[in-house]
Ligand binder design. Structure first.
Ligand SMILES: NC(=O)c1ccc[n+]([C@@H]2O[C@H](COP(=O)([O-])OP(=O)(O)OC[C@H]3O[C@@H](n4cnc5c(N)ncnc54)[C@H](OP(=O)(O)O)[C@@H]3O)[C@@H](O)[C@H]2O)c1
Length: 200
């Protein structure tokens, strides 16, 4: 049985990743701020395997994807017991969007380290945050190669599990190491942010 994903944030990135996961046979539970009724059409368009849930139901899934605005991550601290849960952090620490795209001053910390401090005990893996969602939505197999997705994390088994799932979706996972150094390269304004690379 494939791992069930809880997707918190059902907008551009959440739906895009959900589509890849459902195609690969993973059940997904989507949750947003507005509640299940607002997700009916989205869930229908994703097809069998996708359901709408509450935020705490999504947070209780085997693997959780954070695909909500940065400013909202702190609202998740008490929605679940995060201890031991694999959490993929796809957020970027923007505090304004176009045209300025300002990021929060985190005092030198990686944004995923801040997420880790907000979700005590979660096994945080940074992934799915570098590519514009419309490109991420495309076929990951490009001209005989595989679109690259960067992955960072301090918990090696969690990172390996996420890399293996990413590979099964058709992407080429690249291990960037830990959160304090690796995830800084892929987070907003990092050297690898927005790059669309294909591995041959
Ligand atoms: N767009 C991209 O290409 C892209 C690429 C990489 C990373 N990211 C990052 O991914 C995250 C989401 O971006 P997006 O473009 O997908 O945003 P989006 O389309 O605006 O979707 C945001 C989603 O988060 C939900 N949400 C808001 N507050 C929430 C809360 N407190 N609890 C649960 N769900 C909540 C929204 O629900 P409601 O609609 O009910 O408010 C909506 O479903 C951001 O951190 C962004 O920086 C985006």
């Amino acid at each position: 049985m494939k791992e069930t994903f809880g997707i918190i944030g059902a907008g551009n990135i959440g739906q895009t990743v959900a589509r890849h996961l459902v195609k690969a046979g993973h059940p997904v539970i989507l949750a947003n701020r507005s509640g299940g009724d607002s997700l009916k059409e989205i869930v229908h368009s994703l097809g069998a395997g996708a359901t709408a849930g509450t935020i705490s139901q999504a947070a209780g899934a085997e693997i959780v994807l954070l695909s909500l605005p940065w400013s909202e991550v702190s609202s998740l601290t008490d929605v679940a017991d995060w201890k031991g849960r694999v959490v993929i952090d796809a957020t970027n620490h923007f505090i304004t969007y176009a045209p300025e795209f300002k990021v929060q001053d985190l005092g030198g910390k990686a944004s995923s380290e801040v997420v880790a401090s907000l979700l005590p005990g979660a096994r945080i893996v940074k992934a799915f945050n570098t590519i514009f969602y419309r490109i991420l939505a495309e076929d990951p197999m490009v001209a005989g190669g595989n679109r690259v997705l960067f992955v960072s994390g301090d918990d090696m088994p969690a990172k390996k599990e996420v890399m293996s799932i990413i590979a099964s979706l058709g992407f080429a996972p690249i291990d960037l190491g830990n959160l304090s150094e690796g995830s800084k390269l892929q987070q907003a304004k990092g050297a690898l942010a927005t790059l669309n690379l294909v591995k041959f």
